[in-house]
Write a protein that binds this ligand. Sequence first.
Ligand code: FES
Ligand SMILES: [Fe+2]
Length: 444
Amino acid sequence: MLSRADNEFLTQSGKGTPMGELLRRFWMPALLSEELPERDGPPKKIKVLGEDLLAFRDSTGKIGIVEPHCPHRGANLYYGRNEECGLRCAYHGWKFDTDGKCVDLPTSPPESSYKDTIRLLAYPVREWADIVWVYMGPRENVPELPQLELGLVPAASRYVTKKWQDCNWVQSLEGGIDTSHFSFLHKVLATDGEQMRAAMSKAALADQSKPDDRIRWVQNDARPRFQVLGHDVGLVIGGGRKTDGPDLYWRIAQVLLPNHAYTPAAFAGEIYYGQCWVPVDDGSCWIYSYCWQPERPLTNAERTKFAGGFNVHSEVDAGYMPLRNKRNDYLIDRAAQKHATFTGITGVSEQDAAIQDSQGPIQDRTREHLGPTDIGVGEFRKLLMGSARALARGEEPAAPRLAHRYAVRSGGWVASPDKDLATVMTERFGHPRGYVGGQYGLGD
Ligand code: FES
Ligand SMILES: [Fe+2]
């Protein structure tokens, strides 16, 4: 349970709020590379951390992320012309490059130096791992991009997309790291093929074709033993469940500051999944959902499966709005809920979205009652709020300066019950916190 003041502290991300300032110390996904497909193409309206911005790709392919209003008399540059390495205002022709520099001011005499005094707010931008990243913090200290494994593998080995979510980013991320809900929210009740087909997306069904002990262990043990370990850039949250014998089945998630989380299921050789929650404003966010396979390229069949909605990936329309969303009650099917799945909602991602949105645009944490399976959520809040409080006192967070430490994996493992989480992780990943940067020459 949080006080009203702490709940606001945790969930507000606007400029000048403590959490908003912390988020601005890190690179944020601003949009997907595919949203700016062509040079000199139309600019794109975006909103990040409550700030309205414009993104455009210039004639050389470089991307700018700038404030939308022209410094002359405030016209919106969205209506401007993206031409010859700059965005030209449609009102009186002032033109700006991707760095916000005024490169043409046709209403002043050519010999005038007035142009050199005019600037458009432009944030540093990088394009990496099929994502356009923006840094909205203090300019004197721009960090390196976090070296997520997603961006270290070849492009053919990853899949990246995004989906809209109608609630505050924190409660949605909390859903991502609360691995105890798998025993309920995502439960499949049906045993006969026809009912399952009625309840699951085609993609999910294809994957259910092989029987998996892990699903049964998760469904049968609703009280995983949790252990949380800190590391340089986040937390590891492990939940151990009973198997058929004496061993424990561990599901180990990663939380990476400030807003990434990796799912806990992958066994060695499988596909790794993660998400990044980027506030649009305090009542909605974009979730960048991604996956990667470090050992091989993804197949076309796998890409088709992800596009159809699978695991963290939603089935979305051309604007990345999930087809089953708040406006249509996620197309909940009450008959399927009785006989086929716990929710009657098709798709794991959509089941998550429905329940997270249902907590309200911003969950009222003054009324919650946490229990033993919420330990990961509690530790995440402590870490995030502690980092924001420290920053408000003038202590800069260390994580943005430790970009290589973001090269970690999460996943599952079966181990004897006397082993602690660090030992289990060393067995599974070769490192007690799941660090794999050494494989990419990033050092220990
Ligand atoms: S308002 Fe943009 S050039 Fe005048
Ligand atoms: Fe979930």
